[in-house]
Ligand binder design. Structure first.
Ligand SMILES: Nc1ncnc2c1ncn2[C@@H]1O[C@H](COP(=O)(O)OP(=O)(O)OP(=O)(O)O)[C@@H](O)[C@H]1O
Length: 252
């Protein structure tokens, strides 16, 4: 692979108490590409994704060893706060989780907290909603509670909230699993657009989605990264029997 690596790990091990969950994971996630993390339930996909965003920081029974980097910065450098890391690496969760605020404030809130010039906020809210393919649907009702949007619209709002902060990376944990097929395809179109400006990492159980959407695929099994390559290679010419059995639906 010749692409720049935006996120990378080396010798990454993660333990929840005594349970060894991520085992010696080494991966380099290419910049401005979509990388899918696939593998059977419980293999550690979400744990790996959350590790990139320091989302385990508040759990006192987690131990992480090895390197987790964004560019040349160690994500776990004690001199760098989780807040700083999350400015560079945004996250979208499985279930849309808008704030209990109106549509406008869902996006303006993060901008205010990050000391954005107040005069720029309306323009940035609009820009983020446009980038998330939501503007035309909500431009006349920005004061409506976000919770009144459809599930697919709420998820696009959560994506807008993430892009408003201009991160470098967007992590997505099964962002379509709570949505109907039509809304899912809309989110997929949106993710393809996002690739132009961001590095995207997506956890998905949906093999068709991984194939339709991702440029690279990482297959995990029991906490190990078994195989990582272009999505074409992983699905059409996997090097490892475990990968082959998984992508052909022999186990899951
Ligand atoms: N906060 C936590 N505390 C303790 N154990 C956890 C925690 N989160 C996950 N685990 C355990 O870590 C292992 C990996 O879970 P993880 O959610 O990363 O798997 P996954 O591959 O994303 O699974 P799924 O596809 O079902 O979402 C599982 O055994 C799970 O029970």
């Amino acid at each position: 692979m010749t692409n720049n690596k935006k996120l990378s790990t080396e010798g990454l091990n993660l333990y929840f108490s005594e349970k060894h969950i991520l085992k010696d994971v080494a991966i380099g996630i290419p910049q401005n590409k979509i990388t899918a993390l696939i593998g059977p339930s419980g293999c550690g996909k979400t744990t790996l994704l959350r590790t990139f965003n320091r989302l385990h920081d508040l759990l006192d029974y987690v131990k992480i060893t090895g390197k987790v980097m964004i560019d040349d910065t160690n994500i776990y450098d004690p001199k760098i706060s989780a807040v700083e890391i999350r400015k560079r690496i945004g996250m979208v969760f499985q279930k849309p989780n808008p704030f209990p605020k109106n549509i406008y404030d869902n996006i303006a809130y993060g901008l205010k907290v990050n000391n954005t010039d107040p005069y720029r906020i309306p323009q940035l809210v609009e820009q983020s909603l446009r980038e998330s393919f939501l503007w035309d649907e909500v431009k006349d009702e920005l004061k409506k509670p976000a919770i009144q949007l459809s599930g697919g619209q709420q998820q696009r709002l959560c994506i807008a909230r993430a892009v408003a902060l201009r991160p470098e990376v967007i992590l997505m944990d099964e962002p379509c699993s709570a949505l109907d097929p039509f809304s899912s395809l809309k989110i997929e179109d949106l993710i393809r657009e996002l690739r132009k400006s961001y590095t995207v990492v997506i956890v998905t159980h949906n093999m068709q989605q991984a194939q339709r959407l991702s440029d690279y695929t990482a297959f995990m099994y029991l906490g190990q990264l078994i195989e990582f390559g272009t999505t074409k290679e992983i699905f059409n010419n996997p090097q490892h029997d475990l990968t082959k059995n998984y992508v052909t639906g022999h186990f899951g």
